[in-house]
Design a protein around this ligand. Structure first.
Ligand code: SF4
Length: 161
């Protein structure tokens, strides 16, 4: 056990170098965000595939928090909504209210093909529409589900870090 601790202390933190800072996705909002983005995630009807990739993006391998992104528990503490899934009828009002609770200026990210255009759930009886049919969308992340690299790239595009 002592050998293991010694090895950990000797090795230190090992992480790949961060790639260069991306172009800002919303240059007009960059000044408001100042390199820090607090996001509230809303699952509006996802199959949970997108959530798995979001969890990876915030995990130790991709570690998107090092670029200034944090998840918060309340929309009142958030700068942005990260919405997954098509918007189901049961979640339509909840999404509208959550959007209203986020202070201005706010950003809405539609993550995954279902959020962008209902994806594989298009025309399903329980689906009210894509995220853009319910609240205004600023950034779209394509993919079913988007890879963690795409999630990280989209969020870095907002923080500019
Ligand atoms: S985009 Fe794909 S992974 Fe994401 S919620 Fe839709 S079906 Fe699931």
């Amino acid at each position: 056990m002592r050998d293991l601790f010694r090895k950990i202390r000797k090795t230190g933190r090992v992480a790949e170098d961060a790639p260069g800072a991306p172009e800002p996705a919303l240059p007009e909002r960059a000044r408001d965000l100042r390199g820090s983005l607090q996001i509230r995630h809303v699952d509006a009807g996802s199959c949970n595939g997108c959530e798995v990739e979001i969890a990876s993006a915030f995990g130790p391998v991709y570690d998107v928090e090092r670029y200034g992104v944090r998840q918060v528990a309340s929309p009142r503490h958030a700068d942005a909504l990260l919405v997954t899934g098509p918007v189901t009828r049961n979640m339509e009002m909840a999404l509208r209210r959550t959007h209203e609770a986020v202070p201005e200026p706010k950003v809405v990210i539609a993550l995954g093909d279902c959020a962008r255009n209902c994806g594989v759930f298009a025309d399903a009886y329980g689906v009210a529409g894509a995220v853009g049919d319910v609240v205004p969308v600023d950034v779209e992340v394509p993919g079913c589900p988007p890879a963690p690299e795409a999630v990280v790239a989209a969020l870095r595009g907002l923080t500019g870090r």
